[in-house]
Design a protein around this ligand. Structure first.
Ligand code: ZN
Length: 486
């Protein structure tokens, strides 16, 4: 966080003529157009430039960006024109930081003009300095500011320079790299890698970049100049800073979905950015098991099951009956929202092997419709009631891209209705890649669950969904299932 510094600056002699009307503007334009330059050329000693007439200098507070004002000034002389627009805040030391940079640009511009005055005169050129600000609101009273100085002072093409600020007016801070980025070594390396990738993607620019200069510049996080939008982070490099003149000023943009993982957590919280957890790919050598809960959702048992699963950071698959989802759509929705998978267990729990083709289709489709109506998802697989199957059931589920999922461990919870017995049955039979059959309609199953999960974790198991288990492909021991490829 940058601290306040008081800087005494020489009071500039300014002839303020705030109230000059359009007539004067028109007059100046006329002078410029008629090109009466000789007299002015003699006047452009740096001192004199500071005394030139400031035609307009206004500050307007912003309705769109509360806490920010926009200060605008223009000078319109025959030798050069100047148009500056930059934000000011209610915080004096912040304004000084911004003003210092703006004034530095004016001074440098004046010096360049002075150096180039002969060329300007010969070629009948006039100089131009334009400073504009791009403002991005990141959160309430948190802004990202990009100041761009475009200077035309002798050469045929202009040059561009950038300055960036990210300000939090709530806490009166100007955020530095350490506030914005995760500065752990690994995170910095990932951020640099993203910078390289996104820079070299643009061949037109990267051809002119000197790799060693670029590396030198990004090595120290203090040198990072950054702005943010909700969509991306932008890094800035002035002309000549990392490459040949032809590259101009360089702006490297990194999409937010890529860089968000390497930002400071406090910063993402500050701007209300929800960073998804990095998806760790499943390890083919890992120890996984898929717990499945049939016959719900149940008004009392399912919420209890969900709480235990959350406590142990476990994901499961719920084979729901359409007739239950019809009564408890909110619970079905909660199951999905908590990251679990939903499967189809038919509409009314009939033995599909004893039904005609049309009835089987109806049993599957009606249940699917209730699940889709209650949640934002579709069932990912089918578990036929009683595990009862025939070729027609396989064909119809195949048509619907619903793999049929059986189980490798039957907890017998429907029979024993005893927590200890359920626990013993599961632990005696579970293997890596196993699919465990449970029912979220018996309170004894919910009673047994904390002990089962604790023991599975203890043994190094990770509890994942059926789809995740199937994605592991040839993973050894994946409990019996019938794929859709019949
Ligand atoms: Zn069932």
């Amino acid at each position: 966080m940058q601290k306040h510094t008081t800087i005494h600056r020489k009071k500039r002699k300014k002839i303020r003529r705030r109230y000059l009307g359009w007539a004067v503007l028109v007059l100046f334009f006329s002078i410029a157009i008629f090109g009466i330059k000789d007299k002015m050329v003699q006047d452009i000693m740096a001192e004199d430039i500071e005394e030139t007439i400031k035609v307009k200098d206004t500050t307007v507070s912003s309705e769109i960006y509360p806490g920010l004002n926009l200060t605008t000034s223009t000078k319109d002389l025959d030798l050069y024109t100047l148009s500056i627009s930059h934000p000011t805040t209610e915080v004096e030391w912040m304004n000084e930081q911004i003003n210092n940079w703006v004034e530095d640009q004016e001074k440098e511009f004046a010096l360049t003009l002075e150096e180039n005055q002969e060329i300007l005169k010969e070629n009948d050129f006039s100089g131009h300095l334009n400073i504009q600000t791009k403002t991005e609101k990141l959160a309430d009273k948190i802004y990202s500011l990009e100041l761009e100085a475009y200077e035309l002072a002798g050469g045929a093409s202009g040059s561009v320079k950038y300055k960036t600020f990210i300000v939090d007016l709530n806490t009166q801070e100007m955020l530095t790299a350490s506030d914005i980025f995760n500065l752990e070594e690994e995170a910095i390396e990932e951020t640099k890698e993203l910078l390289r990738e996104n820079l070299y993607e643009d061949e037109e620019t990267s051809d002119y970049v000197f790799d060693d200069l670029f590396e030198e510049k990004i090595a120290t996080t203090d040198h990072w100049r950054v702005t943010m939008t909700p969509e991306q982070a932008n890094f800035y490099f002035d002309q000549y800073e990392v490459g040949a003149a032809a590259a101009g000023a360089i702006k490297v943009s990194i999409p937010m979905e890529e860089i968000q993982y390497y930002l400071n957590k406090e910063f993402t919280e500050r701007i209300g950015l929800e960073v998804p957890e990095i998806e760790v790919p499943l390890d083919p050598e890992g120890k996984y098991v898929a717990l499945t809960f049939d016959d719900g959702p149940h008004a009392e048992v399912t919420p209890r099951v969900l709480e235990v699963l959350a406590d142990y950071d476990a994901k499961a698959t719920f084979y729901m009956l359409g007739s239950q989802v019809e009564y408890y759509p909110e619970i079905a929705k909660r199951v999905e929202e908590e990251g679990h998978e939903i499967g189809d267990h038919t509409m009314s729990h009939k033995d599909l092997s004893r039904l005609g083709s049309a009835q089987v289709a109806e049993e599957i489709d009606r249940s699917t419709a209730f699940i889709e109506g209650a949640t934002a998802t579709s069932p990912k697989s089918l578990r036929p009631p009683y595990g009862a199957l025939n070729d027609e059931v396989k064909r119809l589920s195949g048509e619907r891209s619903l793999p049929i999922i059986m189980w490798s461990v039957d907890s017998l919870d429907w029979q024993s209705r005893n927590a200890t017995a359920i626990y013993n049955e599961v632990m005696a039979n579970v293997t890596p890649g196993g699919i465990v059959l449970l029912h979220d309609i018996h309170s004894t199953t919910a009673d047994a669950l904390p002990q089962i999960l604790a023991q599975l974790k203890e043994q190094g198991y990770e509890m994942i969904t059926v789809s995740e288990l199937l994605e592991l492909g040839e993973y050894e021991g994946v409990g019996p299932y019938h794929s859709v490829d019949y």
